[in-house]
Design a protein around this ligand. Structure first.
Ligand code: NAD
Length: 292
């Protein structure tokens, strides 16, 4: 078993991004600029947004955060998005999910100018991705593609089983792995909560991408020896043993699955760190005018 080390790869790619950000500053006279909107006080969202902002500073981007409490109306939020859409000094805009129940996340996603949608959730970007056109690829799948590429994982002709069909991870991941590109050219099976005989299907996989949101869901008896394992899950549990007061678990039973695998991403230290790189790469591409 060998680790697909998100810490190593993300640090390496962030150095490259920082060098390119310096080039943008020299050409445009300003830094690439990411704006985040955060609604409410969800602990996970707070952590993710803080990490995104911190990483922007690290690579020489400007970052701005607009915070609202849970009582913000949908209209107020949409008006703020309109304002940021028009601001030529902003390259990327993300609205951290989940949103309070009275705000429709689809409306919010579609209101963001697709040319600033560095999370890659807008239908225009998803449609362009389907057709291999210039677009922002959703940050987590993008990060996974980069780590596969870094370790030169063979993908052509392989059976890839994606578990979970969310709009932000599982569904785009299945499309990317099937594309005629590297990484890609896999025979992909997209599985979900209604899939029957999941274990038999996953046992056929050369590459397993788990994005379910259930701790230790993928167990060793579901894994073919030598499989490549990508664990997207981030499951937080309170813990008295850690400084932060919680511990993170993936969707894969790492302890028992790792010895059977050829390559595996740890949690933490795997896909989560690569997601940030996906977001930074998209913001850089926007600042350079690559997506129009
Ligand atoms: P989601 O909750 O939107 O979707 C979960 C998917 O799992 C659904 O499509 C559902 O059909 C499927 N599922 C549920 N039970 C199943 C079962 N018994 N068998 C097969 N499939 C089943 O999830 P999401 O937003 O894609 O997130 C999944 C996990 O990934 C979560 O833990 C989330 O925190 C994590 N996540 C991590 C990152 C990262 O950067 N590492 C980014 C996004 C999400």
């Amino acid at each position: 078993m060998q680790l697909l080390d998100g810490k190593y790869v993300s640090e390496k790619l962030k150095e490259e991004i920082a060098a390119e950000a310096a080039g943008v500053l020299a050409t445009l006279g300003r830094k690439p600029h990411l704006v985040a909107i955060l609604v409410g006080n969800d602990g996970g969202s707070e952590t993710y947004v803080a990490s995104k902002m911190r990483n922007c500073e690290k690579v020489g981007f400007k970052s701005s955060l607009f915070r609202y409490d849970d009582s913000v109306t949908e209209n107020e939020l949409l008006e703020k998005i309109d304002e940021i859409n028009k601001d030529s000094g902003v390259d990327g805009l993300i609205v951290q999910l989940p949103l309070p129940k009275h705000i429709d996340p689809e409306k919010v996603t579609e209101r963001i100018d697709y040319r600033k949608d560095v999370d890659g959730f807008h239908p225009v970007n998803l449609g362009r991705m389907m057709r291999n056109l210039p677009c922002f690829i959703p940050a987590t799948p993008y990060g996974i593609m980069m780590i596969l590429e870094e370790y030169k994982i063979e993908t052509a002709g392989k059976n890839c089983v994606v578990i979970g069909r969310s709009n932000i991870v599982g569904s785009p991941m299945s499309i990317l792995m099937a594309r005629n590109a590297y990484p890609g050219n896999c025979t992909v099976t997209l599985t979900h909560s209604r899939t029957q005989n999941l274990k038999e299907i996953v046992l056929q996989a050369d590459i397993i991408i788990a994005a379910i949101g259930k701790k230790n869901f993928v167990t060793a008896d579901m894994v073919k020896p030598g499989a490549v394992i990508i664990d997207v899950g981030i499951n937080r549990e309170t813990s008295e043993k850690t400084k932060s007061g919680y511990k993170l678990y993936g969707d894969v039973d790492f302890e028992n699955v790792a010895p059977k695998s050829s390559w595996i991403t740890p949690v933490p230290g795997g896909v989560g760190l690569m997601t940030i790189v996906g977001l930074l790469k998209n913001t850089l591409a926007s600042a350079r005018g690559n997506i129009y």
